[in-house]
Design a protein around this ligand. Structure first.
Ligand SMILES: Nc1ncnc2c1ncn2[C@@H]1O[C@H](COP(=O)(O)OP(=O)(O)O)[C@@H](O)[C@H]1O
Ligand SMILES: [Mg+2]
Length: 330
C-alpha cells in the first residue's frame, strides 16, 4: 500500500496494527452485510469480465462496520493494487493529481472520509472519475490555459460516515452507493469466534455472545472488547475465557449491558436532565454536550435511534420510554 503520507496519523496506532491482523482475508471471511457484498461481487466480476476498471462506488455507514476491509477485498478480487488515502489529509490539488497520475490501469483508489475533502481538491476528482482525465489550469486571468493529463482507468471507492454530506457533483459520479448497517448479534458472535482463532485465544460460546451483544453492532468494538478480555484472561491466568472476564472488561470499559458506552449514556442523560426528555434540537444538544454535531449525528445517534433509545422527529430528538428506563437502571 502506498501513499501512507496521506493517511491521517491515527492516534490509535496500536489499535490499527491489531486491526490489520484481524482484517478478513477473503470474501469468505467477510461476515454479514449481504446486500453490500452481493453488489460488490457483481461489480468486481463484471469488471474482470470486461477487463476494465470497476465502476466507482461509495461505501457509507458508521465507523468500524467494515468499509476499509471491503475495499481491500475489492482490490484483491480485481487482482489490482489498492491505494489508501484519507480525504481530509490531502491539502493540495497537486498531491491528489500526483496520486491519480501514478495509478495503474484497474487500480483501486480508496478515499476514506471522502465527505471531508477540501473542495478545491475534490474538484480534481470530477473529470478524473468521469473521463479518466485531469484538467489542470495553468496561470490566471486571460492568459490561463487548461492542460489535460490522462489518468489510467481506475476505480474510486469512497468511504463516508454519511452519504448525505457529499457534494452533489461528487455523489452523482458514483455508480453505486452502498449502505452499511449495524451487525446482528449472531454475525458479531461469528466475527468474535473467527478473530479469537486468529489471536490464538480460547473463549467459550457464552462469552462470545456476550461480547457480540455489547459491541454496539460494530465489529471494531467487538475486536476492542476481545482484546481487553484477552488481557484479563492472561493476567488472571485462565485458560478459556468465560463470561466473568467479559463482564469485568466491559465494566472497565464502561460499557453497559445494552452495549452503550459513556457517551451514549451521557447523551440520554443530557436529554433528560437539561431538556426534560425532549424534543430537543440537535444543535442545542451538541452544544450542551460540548461535542461536534457530526460526531453525535454520525457516530452515536444512529445506534441510539436503531435500538429505540431515542426517536427523531421534525421537532428534534426525544428520549423514548426505553431510553428513560435505561437511565433509571444505570
Ligand atoms: N464484515 C466483517 N467481517 C469480519 N470482520 C469485520 C467485518 N467488518 C469489519 N470487521 C472487523 O472490524 C475491523 C474494522 O473494520 P474496518 O473495515 O476498518 O471498518 P471501517 O473502515 O468501516 O471503519 C476490521 O479490522 C475487522 O477485523
Ligand atoms: Mg475505515
Amino acid at each position: 500500500m502506498e501513499m501512507n503520507r496521506f493517511l491521517s496519523s491515527g492516534s490509535a496506532n496500536q489499535e490499527s496494527q491489531y486491526e490489520s491482523r484481524l482484517r478478513p482475508q477473503g470474501f469468505s471471511e467477510y461476515i454479514g452485510q449481504e446486500k453490500v457484498v452481493q453488489n460488490i461481487k457483481v461489480m468486481v466480476e463484471s469488471a474482470n469480465i470486461r477487463k476494465q476498471a470497476m465502476d466507482h462506488c461509495l461505501l457509507s455507514g458508521p465507523p468500524g462496520l467494515g468499509k476499509t476491509s471491503l475495499a481491500m477485498l475489492i482490490a484483491q478480487g480485481l487482482g489490482s493494487e489498492l491505494h489508501l488515502i484519507s480525504g481530509p489529509a490531502i491539502e493540495k490539488k497537486g498531491d491528489l493529481a500526483a496520486i491519480l497520475t501514478n495509478l495503474q490501469p484497474r487500480d483501486v483508489l480508496f478515499i476514506d472520509e471522502i465527505h471531508r475533502m477540501h473542495i478545491s481538491v475534490e474538484e480534481i476528482l470530477y473529470s478524473a472519475m468521469e473521463d479518466y482525465r485531469l484538467d489542470i489550469v495553468l496561470g490566471e486571468g486571460p492568459s490561463a490555459r487548461t492542460m489535460q493529463i490522462e489518468v489510467a482507468p481506475f476505480a474510486l471507492v469512497g468511504a463516508t460516515t454519511k452519504s448525505g454530506l457529499l457534494s452533489n457533483p461528487l455523489r452523482t459520479r458514483f455508480m453505486g452507493n452502498l449502505h452499511f448497517d449495524y451487525y446482528q448479534v449472531e454475525e458479531l458472535a461469528q466475527i468474535v469466534k473467527n478473530n479469537a482463532v486468529k489471536l490464538d485465544i480460547s473463549i467459550d460460546e457464552e462469552a462470545e455472545t456476550l461480547i457480540a451483544k455489547c459491541s454496539r453492532g460494530t465489529p471494531r468494538i467487538a475486536n476492542r472488547v476481545l482484546r481487553r478480555v484477552r488481557d484479563f484472561a492472561l493476567v488472571e491466568g485462565v485458560e478459556t475465557i468465560c463470561k466473568s472476564q467479559v463482564l469485568k472488561s466491559l465494566d472497565l470499559m464502561e460499557i453497559d449491558d445494552c452495549g452503550l458506552d459513556r457517551m451514549d449514556r451521557k447523551i440520554l442523560q443530557v436529554m433528560e436532565e437539561y431538556y426534560g426528555g425532549g424534543p430537543v434540537g440537535i444543535e442545542a444538544l451538541c452544544a450542551t454536550l460540548g461535542e461536534e454535531r457530526s460526531t453525535i449525528e454520525d457516530v452515536f445517534e444512529p445506534y441510539l435511534l436503531k435500538e429505540g433509545f431515542i426517536t427523531r422527529s421534525p421537532r428534534g430528538r426525544e428520549l423514548s420510554d426505553k431510553g428513560r428506563e435505561h437511565l433509571q437502571k444505570s
